[in-house]
Structure formats: structure tokens, C-alpha cells
Design a protein. Structure first.
Ligand SMILES: [Zn+2]
Length: 348
């Protein structure tokens, strides 16, 4: 009896393994797709959902759901997408080829993607000092204000950008110790006319404060745009079977500005590369800051460090350190530009 049971179990197992390997036969793994397209993957294990992004384009997918969502707006369906036993995701061949052609830029896309302007926004100013900190130097209290630190960094980043990018407008929301409102900053950012494939980068610069004097490190916030890309028009929603609607809504919630995240990652990398040995990296955060919520562009907010932390206040008061930080931000912005403005190779 035991023997029979063992045989039956073995048979079941064989059938199961065979069926499993069969089901991913003729399918292309996510790992393969990533290595062929070099798209970036972000995976939400909470939602069991993934997003591939490249060149400012995005594809959302969810194993078990037969469609791909392109740039948050366009749904392409009747695909097979499933989770393999090894944890990898498998796509039917037609899905895989759609993904790679979607990420391949057409000639006109290649030549026209362009950053038109870079807006550097030093926070606060004038009567608004921003956060205030202090540190002890030879027994003397040295006081410092966020508005001054972020202005020096902003001016330096702008000057680095100006010397490298003659074809772009480099705009500072303030270059003096003057008070400007959030609305004014937003108006500056939104007042630039853009052609279809032009974009603006918006980088707001701040220094952090905390009641906890030990809080330390820099962080980069990426910001969702004020405009929500319309996922599906009503006619599409009406024709959708009911059970798909919650999934579409989840995807909508998942909506993010790919570009903002890429820009934030790039700046984080730039800062880490230059000042990573001096200051902790608190990572990327997402927030709807007013100043950038109202701008139609990839926008990030950099917190340089904690002015309320003695040690960090001291380095933030060092002009040489501020130059380094500025270089880190500059490297991040220019890394993003290189990624965004895909150029033709000569002779191509
Ligand atoms: Zn601030």
C-alpha cells in the first residue's frame, strides 16, 4: 500500500513538474527581457506587480493578468503572463516582443527627446530662513540657516550646469537672499513653453531639521506630477469585465512618474559617489511637495542633510563640502540627461 502511494505521489509530482515546465515553454522570462532590453525593473511584492522602465517609458504587468499597461495609459491585452516556480515571471512570446519593440526608440523619438531647461530651486530665502541649526566651534556657538546653505549649493549647481549645457536654460528660482512664495516658484517652472518631446528638470534644494538631534543623512524625494495621466477613458472601462477594474485601479494608484524616480535615483547616486563617505544615504522617498506638485516635469527635492545634527551642521557650514555636494547633484542631473537624451551614435 505504501509503495502504491509512493508511486502515485511520484506520478503526481512528475505530472506537476512536467505541466509546470510545459507552461513556461515557449515563454520568455523576465530575466531574459531585462537583459535584452536593459530596462529597469521595480517590483512590488505587496501587489505582486512589476514595472519595467526605460527611456522615460513604462510597462506595468501583473502575473496572472493577461495584459500589459503601456505608459499608464494604453492597455495591450490577450497575453499570457505568469509566475514560474523559480520566482521569475514568464511572458508569452507576443508579449515579450511587444515589450522589446515598445522600448526601442524610433528614429524620431531618438532625435527629439530633449531637456529644454533645468530649474534649480534653492528653498526658502529672505524672511523665511528655513531650518536653523548650530554647532560648537572652539566653544563658540555657530548658527546657520537653511536658506544660506541651499542658496550656495543652488548657485554652484547652476554654474556647473551652465558651463556644461550651453543649449539648455539653467534657471534659478532665486539667486539672492529674497523671499519667494511656493506659488512664484511654481509659476517660474510652469511658465516655460515646451514642444511635444521637450522636458524640464526641476530640482528643489533643502536642508533637513528634526527634533531628534541624532537624525542624519541626505535624502532625495521624487514627486508625482500634478497631472494624472488618464489611464482609460470611460468607454474602455465600460467594456471591461468587472473583476479587471480593481486591478486597473491598483495600477492607477501605482502610477508614478518614471522620470522623477529616475532623476531622483541618479541624484542619489551622484551624491553617494561624492559625499557618501561623509554622510549617510537615507534613500529615496516619495512625497507630493507643493512646489513641484504643480509642475509638469520630472521633479525632485534634495535634502542635503540635517542642520539640527551638530556634526552635519558643521560640515554644511564648510564651503568646500557644499561644493562637493553641488558636484554630486550636478553629476546626478547630468547622468539623468545622458540617460534621457538618447543620441544617435555617429554614422548610425
Ligand atoms: Zn526646507
Amino acid at each position: 500500500m505504501e509503495r502504491i502511494l509512493a508511486v502515485v505521489l511520484l506520478l503526481l509530482l512528475t505530472v506537476f513538474v512536467f505541466a509546470e515546465s510545459n507552461s513556461v515553454d515557449n515563454m520568455v522570462s523576465l530575466t531574459t527581457i531585462i537583459s535584452e532590453t536593459s530596462a529597469d525593473l521595480s517590483w512590488s511584492s505587496y501587489r505582486s506587480m512589476g514595472e519595467l522602465s526605460l527611456n522615460g517609458k513604462s510597462i506595468l504587468f501583473k502575473p496572472g493578468i493577461p495584459f500589459l499597461l503601456l505608459n499608464y495609459t494604453e492597455k495591450s491585452e490577450n497575453f499570457k503572463i505568469e509566475r514560474g516556480t523559480n520566482g521569475d515571471v514568464f511572458f508569452s512570446k507576443d508579449a515579450a516582443s511587444l515589450i522589446s519593440s515598445f522600448f526601442t526608440l524610433s528614429a524620431s523619438e531618438k532625435s527629439s527627446l530633449r531637456i529644454k531647461a533645468i530649474i534649480i530651486d534653492p528653498g526658502h530665502g529672505g524672511r523665511d530662513s528655513g531650518a536653523i541649526g548650530q554647532y560648537l566651534s572652539d566653544g563658540e556657538k555657530v548658527k546657520l540657516m537653511e536658506k544660506d546653505i541651499v542658496l550656495s549649493v543652488g548657485l554652484e549647481v547652476a554654474s556647473l550646469l551652465r558651463s556644461s549645457y550651453h543649449d539648455k536654460s539653467i534657471i534659478l528660482t532665486r539667486s539672492t537672499d529674497d523671499f519667494i512664495t511656493l506659488e512664484q516658484r511654481t509659476v517660474i517652472a510652469n511658465g516655460i513653453d515646451l514642444e511635444e518631446n521637450e522636458s524640464i528638470i526641476f530640482v528643489s534644494i533643502h536642508a533637513n531639521a528634526s527634533l531628534n538631534s541624532k537624525a542624519n543623512g541626505f535624502e532625495v524625494w521624487y514627486l508625482p506630477p500634478d497631472y494624472r495621466r488618464k489611464l482609460l477613458d470611460d468607454s474602455v472601462i465600460e467594456s471591461e469585465p468587472e473583476d479587471v477594474i480593481p486591478i486597473l485601479n491598483t495600477m492607477l494608484e501605482e502610477e508614478i512618474t518614471v522620470e522623477s524616480i529616475l532623476l531622483a535615483q541618479s541624484i542619489q547616486k551622484g551624491l553617494k559617489g561624492i559625499v557618501g563617505d561623509k554622510i549617510a544615504d537615507r534613500g529615496l522617498k516619495e512625497e507630493s511637495w507643493f512646489v513641484v506638485r504643480n509642475t509638469k516635469m520630472p521633479a525632485v527635492l534634495v535634502e542635503l542633510g540635517f542642520i539640527t545634527n551638530q556634526e552635519e551642521a558643521e560640515i554644511l557650514d564648510d564651503p568646500a563640502y557644499l561644493k562637493k555636494i553641488s558636484e554630486g547633484i550636478y553629476n546626478g542631473v547630468s547622468g539623468f540627461i545622458n540617460h534621457f537624451e538618447v543620441q544617435y551614435a555617429p554614422g548610425e
